[in-house]
Design a protein around this ligand. Structure first.
Ligand code: MRU
Length: 352
């Protein structure tokens, strides 16, 4: 299997449904869901059938275009009222990845810009805009990949956390893009270390699958083995993705990322956050302002286990993301360039 050939989310050719690769079934089963009901699409985002900040944005764009095509009215006022309701409904699926709101707002603004046209014309414009969001995402990931590739050396060991791979984007991923570019250039001596990423195991189920399928020397480790691995000197560089970056450079990513960054600082290993422009939220001053999703206790106490592995009634702390302090980040790789501290100045210099 070549992971780059797997499409995370597409609009069906007849434009009647979204085709979503159900990532909850990976690595065991490759199954594509065909969803047209907005309740099912919201559930797919909430349940991480489609996941990863950029892929969530692409999905939201297609979903709103599909919703627009399902609104049975030619009356613009009614059309916009229903479209707004659906936009708000989809926005409630997950709170942390800003790409969800970014894509929905972009679609909404596009519709507003064409508000004096007929409803059928606005629907067409929305389909085109959603496709643009997807196409741009592929190009953005490639640009991040080129910039990240320039940081690599032959034989490097690369550690990553969660899955910021092709499965989390339209193609290439963000944290994995430098690796895919290296493979394209014929490099076959990189080593990739995948944190398993408790509790949902995106590192084990998705990143390890992608990297192994790409023919890379791939090693999986428990999250709590990261320090031990870094101590051996086998990790030369760390690439992670992100779900939202505040303007001071604080970056929210999958739970456990900040621990990796703290370790990286201790061991002197460069730690890079790969951030498409759609994840940079200049409206937030600090990472503490980023809403952090809290998820069900069952993900910790029983999911994946043959039987429950925690006493009944125990309290569970299960945040889906944490914020890595900007002081721990060597650089933030955007598609426009690599930003270093002070990050706000660097972001503004690149036009964010
Ligand atoms: O909960 P998930 O699986 O959606 O979390 C994904 C991550 O944390 C990724 O690292 C992030 O979205 C960046 S994906 C390019």
């Amino acid at each position: 299997m070549n992971a780059l050939e797997l499409d995370t989310v597409l609009l069906s050719p007849d434009r009647t449904c979204l085709e979503i690769l159900d990532q909850t079934l990976l690595p065991g089963e490759v199954k594509t869901l065909r969803l047209s009901d907005m309740r099912d699409i919201r559930e797919a985002i909430h349940s991480l059938r489609v996941r990863g900040a950029p892929a969530i944005g692409v999905c939201a764009g297609y979903a709103l275009a599909l919703a627009a095509s399902q609104i049975e009215t030619e009356d613009r006022e009614t059309f916009f009222a229903r479209l707004r309701e659906t936009k708000e409904y989809l926005a409630s699926a997950r709170p942390t990845a800003v790409n969800l709101f970014w894509a929905l707002d972009r679609m909404w603004q596009t519709a507003q810009t064409h508000a004096d046209e007929t409803v059928p014309a606005i629907r067409e414009t929305l389909f085109a805009e959603a496709q643009r969001i997807r196409d741009e995402d592929v190009a953005i990931s490639r640009s991040i990949g080129e910039l990240g590739f320039a940081l690599l050396h032959h034989g490097d060991g690369i550690l990553t956390h969660c899955n910021a791979g092709t499965l989390a984007t339209a193609k290439y991923g963000t944290a994995t893009a430098p690796i895919y570019i290296a493979l394209e250039r014929g490099w076959n001596d990189l080593r990739v270390y995948c944190d398993e990423t408790r509790p949902l195991l995106q590192g084990a189920r998705l990143t390890a699958l992608e990297m192994q399928a790409a023919g890379l020397d791939t090693t999986l480790l428990c999250d709590n083995a990261a320090s031990s691995l870094m101590q051996t000197g086998k990790v030369n560089i760390i690439f992670v993705g992100c779900d939202r970056v505040a303007r001071n450079g604080d970056a929210a990513n999958k739970i456990g990322t900040s621990a990796v960054a703290i370790l990286a600082k201790h061991y002197g290993i460069p730690f890079y956050v790969c951030a498409p422009s759609s994840t940079i939220d200049m409206s937030l001053a600090f990472g503490a302002e980023i809403p952090i999703e809290q998820r069900a206790a069952e993900e910790v106490t029983e999911m994946w286990y043959k039987k429950r592995m925690a006493p009944e009634g125990v309290g569970v702390y299960n945040p889906a993301f944490d914020v890595t302090d900007h002081s721990l980040i060597t650089g933030i790789i955007t598609e426009r360039g690599i930003c270093t501290a002070p990050f706000e100045t660097a972001f503004r210099a690149l036009g964010f």
